[in-house]
Design a protein. Structure first.
Length: 207
């Protein structure tokens, strides 16, 4: 049977392996993971695999979860070329994740959880908390600004859908530091800063 398509499959089909370099903060994230004796890491919304591959190269047991089978296929091929392994699964991040409570030592998610309306984002954050062990670290990035040159329709306060561009039709919620703190109120937040491409970066631990 033909694979059921979704907008993200179209993105990866057209763009291929984009976002190939790890986030600028990843070396520091690795140091935190090593200090906290992290072994098992979830990359929620792993895309075409840049952090799955990077963390696998560093010796972590990496699990990638993404809605797009196209993105996961790219990741599988990349891992094979590097002689690495990771557990890759597809599914909806707004549903219950297919992992047991406290299964992971750490969770990362870069430029992913904002692709939803606020009620769904709250569910995603609670699932992150559920699958993360107590005191496990998190590393989350979300955009602070809308992409220039694209037209948007506001569907809820702070939530927009692009009417053109690469992510046409995909919901975007734009956080502020206050909404980040509110969404992640069940975590001990240790840092929120802006990275070199104007994304908010949140680091913390599960309470």
């Amino acid at each position: 049977m033909p694979r059921e398509s979704n907008p993200w499959d179209e993105v990866f089909r057209k763009q291929g392996k984009f976002f190939t370099n790890p986030h600028e903060d990843m070396p520091g994230v690795v140091r935190t993971f090593e200090r906290e004796k992290v072994r098992r890491v979830l990359d929620l919304g792993s895309g075409s695999g840049r952090h799955v591959v990077f963390l696998a190269q560093k010796g972590f047991s990496v699990y990638g979860f993404d809605k797009s089978e196209e993105g996961l296929d790219i990741t599988r091929k990349w891992l094979k070329r590097e002689g690495l392994k990771a557990d890759l699964r597809s599914g909806e991040m707004i549903a219950r994740l297919p992992y047991e409570d406290g299964f992971f030592d750490a969770v990362i998610s870069t430029q992913v959880i904002h692709h939803a309306v606020p009620a769904d984002i709250r569910r995603i954050v609670q699932e992150i908390r559920r699958v993360l062990k107590k005191s496990g670290p998190i590393f989350i990035t979300v955009p602070s600004l809308r992409n220039q040159g694209e037209h948007y329709e506001e569907i809820e306060p702070g939530a927009f859908v692009p009417l053109d561009g690469r992510e046409k039709g995909l919901p975007h919620y734009y956080f502020t530091p206050d909404t980040l703190r509110e969404m992640f109120k069940d975590f001990e937040i240790t840092d929120i800063h802006i990275d070199e491409v104007d994304h908010y970066v949140l680091s913390g631990f599960r309470r």
